[in-house]
Design a protein around this ligand. Structure first.
Ligand code: N01
Length: 558
């Protein structure tokens, strides 16, 4: 699997004691460091990668870009920053977002408190503090371990940072190159003249497939479940448009934060349900959103994810688009999804369906032709003829666009021992439980940024990250001001919160498919809907909890 080089960890300062230890130097960890410093705390960030940027540091596959508009997918805590940074496109590419993250790190002098190439292997609550044990990234040699003591720990480990690499029989035999989109080689991969397979057709597959197809001699897409994808209609940003947003950036941000997904405040959700209007009106509304492009397509109507009949009507529109784009009827049939649109995260593409009209691209539907085994030269699948025979497809390279152990994957890689020796692994054995998506009973002074049980992946992540960081910074400042030493979620409050998340998710169609929101993409992972739909109501609850002196939390004095 192609991966970044892992160097020796940057030396941690000798003090070994900080107020706040932060895990991860993505957008969450960087801002947490900034806020902790602003509030007068000492802080140290531990980052497995060799640089800042988190998901944007690792996901360097061809075509990687954000499907939330750049003017929204950026920090809003510093007006100078948002005024001076120039985004070039409606949807920024991975290199541009990484440059932005690096600019933020430099501009706010963050790097001096970040230990790069350093993996946190365990967290242990001991004598009212956390012992944070780290090692060189990907190196578990005990003699290289280093321990830091911290009063607070904040996990900024990311929701989509632990690669899901499915195993197949004899996969070790394959002699060609293998790559996971989420751990792409920094030097890039040249597919020119090569026969390439891409396994997986989620957002990463859908973004990379058109570009790999342009380069490779032949591309075979191996699809288990067809996705719904909406054209991005990406474009260079017009200077006048950027100037109009920058002239009123605060208001633009405010409007976005009032929407359920904390994005697209300029394009509000339509006032009707899809089944409340006649067919002509419905098609016109959907066509308008289709032409506009992007994730807000689903907002044409207000009941896309609550009313199955409305959902079917919207899905039919997209199914027609796929059939009218893909020329080979059998390929079009295989690419056409039959499940709830939006149940799995919607994809946003540039020329994805068009790519299947190229002569050097073929599609294998793994539901009809499952993978039987790997060989030295490729992959054996069941024969297309419907007989019991098999067929071998030869490849020089295989790309796993197979996604992530989402939301809990990176956290579960750390051995976390809380009060009275409780292991987080055990507390979460039936699925993640917590209060507000921020704090787990039995684990004092430990916070999760965009944890399960919060809107996180159903929103513009940067907005949710900022919201959590600010809530955590305010909370630990409040503890300091009130001479309190620990804070921990109450068992009762936690139970009520878990019930609340299930109730809200239960009012939607999200539980009708095998999505990574449910953990269904990872074998043996407990099936539980992890994010909480609805940003504004959630943000209000968090504010109310803080205003009420951290209702639902137990706090203790020095
Ligand atoms: O991963 P995915 P992703 N055999 O889990 C298939 C964000 N993101 O990396 O659907 C065969 O969505 C799997 O099939 P199935 C975004 O939130 C954002 O693409 O499970 N196939 C599916 O087709 C996104 O949702 C951007 O049946 C297997 C694919 O692999 C999230 O990251 C860009 C398999 C995995 O799709 C994850 O996207 C990219 C197996 N054993 C990603 N196991 C932006 O633009 C899995 N699959 C911001």
């Amino acid at each position: 699997m192609g991966a970044a080089k892992h160097l020796a960890p940057d030396p941690a300062p000798t003090s070994m004691k900080v107020d706040v230890a932060i895990v991860g130097a993505g957008f969450a960890g960087m801002y947490m460091l900034y806020r902790a410093r602003q509030a007068g705390f000492t802080a140290r960030v531990f980052e497995r990668g060799g640089g800042v940027g988190g998901t944007w540091y690792w996901n360097r596959y061809p075509g990687a870009r954000c499907d939330v508009p750049s003017l929204e997918y950026s920090y809003q805590f510093s007006d100078e920053l948002q005024q001076e940074w120039e985004w070039s496109e409606k949807y920024a590419t991975q290199p541009e977002i990484l440059r932005y993250a690096e600019h933020v790190a430099d501009r706010f002098d963050l790097r001096r408190d970040i230990s790069f190439n350093t993996t946190v292997i365990s967290l242990q609550w001991h004598n009212d503090a956390w012992l944070v044990t780290t090692t060189a990234a990907n190196d578990a040699s005990p003699h290289r371990e280093h321990t830091t003591t911290a009063r607070f720990v904040v996990l900024g480990t990311g929701c989509l940072s632990s690669a899901n690499v499915p195993r197949f029989p004899d996969d070790h035999l394959f002699t060609g190159g293998t790559y996971h989109t989420g751990a792409w080689p920094h030097e890039g991969v040249d597919f020119s003249g090569r026969r390439v397979a891409v396994i997986g057709t989620g957002s990463s597959g859908i973004q990379s497939i058109p570009l790999i197809a342009e380069q490779a001699a032949h591309l075979t897409v191996m699809q288990r479940t067809p996705a719904y994808s909406i054209p991005a209609r990406n474009q260079q940003l017009a200077p006048e448009y950027v100037a109009s947003i920058k002239a009123n950036y605060a208001e633009f941000r405010r409007k976005n934060s009032l929407t359920r997904a904390a994005l697209g405040g300029d394009t509000p959700t339509g006032p009707h349900g899809a089944s409340e209007v006649n067919e002509v009106e419905r098609r016109a509304a959907l066509e308008e959103r289709w032409q506009k492009g992007g994730l807000l397509f689903l907002g044409a109507f207000n009941d896309a994810l609550t009313n199955p009949e409305s959902n079917r009507l919207i899905a039919d529109f997209v199914r027609d688009k796929i059939r009218s784009t893909v020329r080979n009827p059998d390929t079009a049939r295989k690419l056409t999804p039959d499940d709830i649109i939006g149940c799995k995260r919607l994809c946003v593409d540039t020329e994805y369906y068009e790519t299947f009209n190229r002569p050097n691209v073929s599609l294998i539907d793994l539901r009809e032709q499952p993978i039987e085994r790997f060989t030295a030269n490729g992959v054996v699948v069941r024969s297309a003829t419907g007989s019991r025979s098999s067929e071998e497809h030869e490849f020089d390279a295989i790309v796993f666009a197979t996604g992530f152990d989402a939301m809990t994957g990176a956290i579960s890689k750390i051995s976390i021992t809380g009060r009275n020796g409780t292991m987080l692994h055990d507390a979460w054995s039936a699925g993640p439980v917590n209060y507000l998506g921020l704090s787990v009973h039995g684990f004092p002074n430990l916070f999760t940024i965009t944890g399960p049980g919060s809107p996180s992946v159903l929103t513009n992540m940067i907005v949710s990250i900022q919201h959590h960081v600010e809530w955590i910074a305010d909370c630990i400042t409040w503890l300091k001001d009130h001479r309190m030493s620990t804070i921990e979620a109450d068992a009762d409050a936690q139970q009520r919160w878990v019930r609340h998340v299930n109730t809200v998710a239960g009012m939607t169609l999200y539980q009708s498919c095998s999505s990574w929101y449910l953990g269904a993409n990872v074998p043996a992972k407990p099936r539980i809907f992890m994010p909480l739909p609805g940003f504004p109501a959630y943000a209000q609850t968090c504010a109310d909890v803080a205003r009420d002196g951290y209702r639902g939390f137990a706090v203790s004095h020095h």
